[in-house]
Design a protein around this ligand. Structure first.
Ligand code: PAF
Length: 286
């Protein structure tokens, strides 16, 4: 496995691959890798085959964190991540730093951002107003640096996947996005690098997100239910986890992400819940 940390070297390599007609898949991550990330690497390999190249990027992108969020303490373990990527069959690990990705930003010498104005509005966009601008900007930059034909993202960040799909279409990136299913712990908790912030009590109660999704599936299985009613029922349901503080809970059309007033099978549900300062998200197709 080759490790590349400069933007210039990454772009030189990518151009060389393109001239040679090599197929390239990109798995963008912020590191602290878990099995969910490794399943994305596997999916990337399937997409480009053994003759193709899988590039994973590890970059904790500061522009997608709000001023009061966990940028400074976001978990990091590059030696372990490097080992995991190597074992998972990653060909190139791209690990740029802030000076490479946003040169001169503090002095105002970096000033271009990508904004998706529709799908990024509600849910995560409402709770974290600057988040998606940071995500679309960094992913657009990674697309230009790695020049992949495929990029793989996780379904756990449902709205992120939708925003990135729209960005890819709107800005005509010749890249196919693959959205891979969420991996879960045995008790249903979606795998996330942020799970490691949870203490034992919070970790035990964190399965409430998964159970809320399952309860909602059941509730709309045979007939549609008013969203207001279902939300009220779920708020009651969440009291079973006294450490949980609901941030948002939404039922929406899976393509437009527009909220629905009557919830039925085939609609999407997403929620965000705080445990102390830790914010967890999850979603499911009902
Ligand atoms: O999903 C993530 O880990 C990040 O938002 C991404 C896509 C790597 C961009 O920084």
């Amino acid at each position: 496995m080759k490790i590349v940390s400069s933007v210039a070297a990454m772009q030189r390599l990518a151009l060389k691959w393109r001239r040679a007609g090599t197929r390239v898949a990109l798995v963008p991550t912020m590191g602290y890798l878990h099995d969910g990330h490794l399943s994305l690497v596997k999916r990337a390999r399937q997409a480009v085959g053994q003759a193709g190249l899988v590039v994973a990027s590890i970059y904790i992108n500061p522009t997608q964190f709000g001023p009061k969020e966990d940028l400074a303490k976001y978990p990091r373990d590059l030696p372990r991540d490097t080992q995991l990527c190597q074992t998972a069959g990653v060909d190139v690990l791209f690990t740029p730093d802030n000076a490479e990705m946003y040169p001169g930003k503090a002095e105002g010498a970096y000033s271009t951002f990508v904004v998706e104005e529709s799908l990024a509005q509600g849910m995560e966009g409402a709770s974290r107003p600057t988040h998606f601008c940071g995500v679309t900007t960094v992913v657009a930059k990674l697309f230009n640096l790695v020049l992949p034909e495929v990029a793989v993202f996780g379904q756990k960040d449902y709205q992120q996947a939708a925003v990135l799909q729209r960005m890819t279409e709107d800005l005509n990136f010749p890249i196919k996005l693959i959205i891979a299913p969420t991996l879960r712990a045995d008790d249903g908790l979606a795998l996330s690098s942020r799970n490691q912030y949870l203490n034992a009590e919070e970790r035990a109660q964190a399965t409430i997100l998964f159970h809320a999704l399952e309860a909602s599936k059941l509730a709309v299985k045979s007939k549609p239910v008013a969203a207001a009613r279902l939300k009220a029922d779920l708020q009651e349901f969440l009291t079973a986890a006294p450490l949980a503080r609901l941030d948002y809970l939404e039922f929406f059309d899976p393509l437009t992400l527009q909220p629905v007033s009557k919830v039925q099978r085939g609609h999407q549900m997403a929620l965000a819940v705080f445990f102390g300062k830790t914010r967890l998200i999850d979603n499911a197709r009902l």
